[in-house]
Every structure is written in structure tokens, then in C-alpha cells.
Design a protein around this ligand. Structure first.
Ligand SMILES: N[C@@H](CCC(=O)N[C@@H](CS)C(=O)NCC(=O)O)C(=O)O
Length: 271
């Protein structure tokens, strides 16, 4: 495990005061989209933090101490107190740093509930559906692609006719909570398409989602967080080999562990 100081690009005096009033330490893994959620949120909130890269095949005693129940990354340690689970960490950051420089969750309770619902849908349905595509081949993969596309149609319908219709991002003109949750993970889709040789998202059937994802990926803060397409590709190729039974236990990556990958969980696919 190695610790690296990560700093936001520019910090206003008020934000500096907020950020320096507490100490933040993030335990993460370079290819983990759950970790990227937190790195992106910390960046958007202009918060300085120490980053500890975990080798998930040899988890550090510190990670096991801070997240003994699930033993996963990310874990944010704030003022010495650990917070596991990416969605809970995002909520914590909004509550603890409400003015840095804006809230990630929408203001209105109704919009907050909607954002939380779709965040839950992302982890509960969309992630497992795409993981099933990546972990299968042949007829099983055709069925998994159908299932994923029918799940994505629900997101497309929400973007077209639901509460988020008409706005650039789920949070309005700037990315916020749901953009972070859905966006950190969706950049894997193009990688999985190439590695698993399937079509998951096209601009004709999913015009709103397709446009939203391109826009999300173009944001400077997002570009600064997400590893390059080629890095993700190398990682995914190694992982798919293992999932389909042809690998030797190590993906082609420089730190993420892949032993013991379980299908049906997008997070596990990104170990
Ligand atoms: N629900 C968790 C999922 C986190 C997760 O699955 N993390 C993966 C990396 S992407 C992990 O730590 N895997 C290690 C393991 O399962 O042993 C969250 O939202 O934080």
C-alpha cells in the first residue's frame, strides 16, 4: 500500500479553511469505480486528502481495521473515523462540507429522493447486469446483453420523460451526486464492449444516456480521475480471461487484485 497526497487544483480561502479543519484519508484502488466516485467528489469539493492505494489481493491491516465487515475499498477516514461504502461517503462529504463549494445532492427533498433512488438502481440493477455481460459468453452473454439493455432503457426513459428530463446533467448544469454514481462505472461500458465484443450503448437507442455520458467524460474533473482507456482495457482483458477460465490468477494491471472475482457485482469485476 502506498500513500500519495492528492490536492485539488485550486482552493478558495473559505474552502481551504473547511478542508484544513479536518484530515481526510482515502483507501482505494486505481481501477475501482467506487473509489473514483470518492476521488471525483473530493475534487469537486476542493478537499485535500491522503490517498492510500490498496493491493486488493493483499489487503492492508489498516483497511481490514477500518472496514472489517465488508473489507472493501473505498474507505474514507475523516478525523480518524472510518466511513466505508461509496454512497455513504458521498452523503457524508455533503453533510460535513456543505459549503465546499456546493452540495452534490439536489436541494429539494423530492429531487434528493429521486437521485438516491437511481443511485440505488445503479448499484442494485445496472451494475450487476453489466457484470453478467462481462462474465459470460455465447447464449448466456446474448441474454445478459438483452437484460442490460432493458435496464438501460429505464435510465433512458427517466432522462427523457422523468424528473431529470431537460437538464444537462442529473444535477442541472454541473455534475453532482447521481452523475458521480452513474458516471463512475459507465466509462467501463466502452471498455467492456471492446473486450467482450458486444454492443451495449448506441446513440440511436440511447440518445440521452449516450450524450450525457460523453458530456460527463469530457468534464475536466472527470478526466483527471479516470484512468486512460488503454489502462482500463488492459485490466479488463486480464480480468475477462480469468472470468472465462483462461487466466492464471493475475490481471494485466499494476495493482488491482482479481483473484476470487464473483460475477453479478460490478464492483467485484473491478477489483
Ligand atoms: N458497495 C461498495 C462496493 C465496493 C467494492 O465492491 N469495492 C471493491 C473494489 S471496486 C473491493 O474492494 N473489492 C475487494 C473485495 O471484494 O474483496 C461501495 O459502494 O463502496
Amino acid at each position: 500500500m502506498k500513500a500519495v497526497k492528492q490536492k485539488p487544483s485550486s482552493v478558495s480561502p473559505m474552502e481551504k479553511e473547511n478542508s484544513s479543519s479536518s484530515s481526510l484519508k482515502l483507501f482505494g484502488s486505481w481501477a475501482s469505480s467506487y473509489t473514483h466516485r470518492i476521488q471525483l467528489a473530493l475534487k469537486l469539493k476542493n478537499l485535500t486528502f491522503d490517498y492510500i492505494e490498496e493491493d486488493l489481493s493483499h489487503k492492508s491491516p489498516a483497511l481490514l481495521l477500518h472496514n472489517p465487515i465488508y473489507q472493501k475499498v473505498p474507505v474514507l477516514v475523516a478525523d480518524g473515523r472510518p466511513i466505508p461504502e461509496s454512497l455513504l461517503i458521498l452523503h457524508f462529504l455533503d453533510e460535513y462540507f456543505p459549503h465546499n463549494p456546493r452540495q452534490l445532492l439536489p436541494k429539494s427533498p423530492h429531487d434528493r429522493a429521486a437521485a438516491r433512488f437511481w443511485a440505488h438502481f445503479t448499484d442494485d440493477r445496472l451494475g450487476p447486469a453489466v457484470a453478467a455481460v462481462f462474465a459470460s459468453s455465447g447464449d448466456a452473454q446474448v441474454a445478459a446483453v438483452d437484460r442490460f439493455r432493458s435496464e438501460l432503457r429505464l435510465v433512458e426513459a427517466e432522462l427523457t420523460d422523468g424528473v431529470f428530463a431537460g437538464s444537462r446533467f442529473f444535477s442541472g448544469d454541473q455534475i453532482g451526486f447521481l452523475d458521480i454514481v452513474l458516471g463512475c462505472g459507465s466509462y467501463w461500458l466502452a471498455v467492456f464492449e471492446e473486450v467482450a465484443e458486444v454492443k451495449l450503448v448506441d446513440a440511436v437507442e440511447f440518445p440521452r444516456f449516450h450524450a450525457w455520458l460523453r458530456d460527463f467524460e469530457e468534464q475536466d474533473e472527470v478526466k483527471a480521475i479516470i484512468p486512460s482507456f488503454n489502462e482500463l482495457l488492459g485490466y479488463a482483458r486480464g480480468l475477462r480471461k480469468i472470468l472465462l477460465g483462461g487466466g492464471g490468477g493475475e490481471a494485466d494491471n499494476d495493482g488491482g487484485a482479481v483473484a476470487g472475482v464473483e460475477a453479478g457485482d460490478m464492483g467485484n469485476l473491478q477489483k
